[in-house]
Design a protein around this ligand. Sequence first.
Ligand SMILES: Cc1cc2nc3c(=O)[nH]c(=O)nc-3n(C[C@H](O)[C@H](O)[C@H](O)COP(=O)(O)OP(=O)(O)OC[C@H]3O[C@@H](n4cnc5c(N)ncnc54)[C@H](O)[C@@H]3O)c2cc1C
Length: 391
Amino acid sequence: MVRLISRRKAVVSAASVSALSGLSACASTPGFNGNLDADVVNIPVIRARADRIDRVTVCLRPFRAAGPRLEVEQVGRKTVVHNYGHGGSGWSLSWGTAQLAIERAQFNVGQKIGVLGCGAIGLTTAIAAQQAGAKVTIYAEAAMPMVRSARASGSWTPSSRIAKTDTMSSEFSARWDVMARTSFARYQTLLGLPGNPIEWDTMYGLHATHPTPRRPDPVGFAELGDRLVDIEPQGNVIPVNDPRLPYDQVHKKPNLIFNVATYADYLMRQFFERGGRIETLTLHHPSDITALPESTFINCTGYGARALWNDNTIVPVRGQIAWLIPQPEALCSLHFDDIYVVSRRDGIVVQWLGNDMGQGFNDPNETPDPAEARKAISRLGQLYKAMGYNV
Ligand SMILES: Cc1cc2nc3c(=O)[nH]c(=O)nc-3n(C[C@H](O)[C@H](O)[C@H](O)COP(=O)(O)OP(=O)(O)OC[C@H]3O[C@@H](n4cnc5c(N)ncnc54)[C@H](O)[C@@H]3O)c2cc1C
């Protein structure tokens, strides 16, 4: 059984928090009465205060009900392989979808190919094409990190807003499996690099005792994550028996995360070291590629494909992040009620998840909402207060 702290003793002053950099609510922490189960209470302390917000960003998930588009099309004499529409899973599925796009492009070693777009999908596709022997030029309006991908949470979320259950084909379902497993395997090869672009942290899933009522998912997003139980570490569920805490169990498990600033830099360097070139240009119509020298292109324009390819099957799913100043001593992920947090080396992601899974669906507004940002931080601050911290 988990024994917990007297609330009075547990309140740690802001001064002592800052003096004890790296402070966690563990058994050895001053103010606690000892004998605590470290598995339960050793949750890193994030200083969830509005005055620590350093930016608020918005990104649009390029969602397609049928799943990402992976098809070959002829535009005049040019071959285009589409590789866009990865919803809330673009970083996670990138290496797998890149591999499948390259197989469809069928180029020869030494052939010049063009990649349209320089986000998570474009960059990984370009590198994978180089590794398969192509000479690659990326054509893009903007390159990493000035793209939507740089405004993602940076977690392994391979089935987030990736398709709708009722429109997902069995072909897509099988393809998702290949994409997810290929990517997951590739990410294991990128651990331990300088700057830790990819690393495992610990996710604390705090089960709210009195969850905020959420409406049923109005969109019907496909849930595929359970299919990866054979490769993803599952962690353990620990009961918490203290009515003073707003949660009654903790699901503690390893969580794969992407430190996007370092990772994007790593990818850009990989691309250039292999002789890659980037040309900045805006494509206004598919026929614009007929003026480019390559005969084969892989289209990784993400949400941009909606306008460029006139593809109205792409629906924007707005997502906002309130970023707190990084705390290297408090790296972790946390999910409590309607709040989702990824404390990365390059910033702390705090998201309010909304009243249902349809939050942001079909909303193309990319203007940050400061009130929503403050609300997310305040909700997180209240959680720590309930745990006994003045953050
Ligand atoms: C709040 C939020 C959190 C997220 N968190 C995660 C997460 O934790 N894990 C995860 O896996 N995914 C996450 N996602 C999803 C992920 O961000 C997307 O799936 C991903 O960014 C899509 O990448 P992309 O390369 O297709 O698009 P983009 O990053 O938008 O790149 C598109 C590229 O195409 C170029 N382009 C577009 N149109 C044109 C044009 N007409 N002419 C020339 N160039 C053009 C752009 O300049 C850019 O270079 C999140 C999304 C949101 C909104």
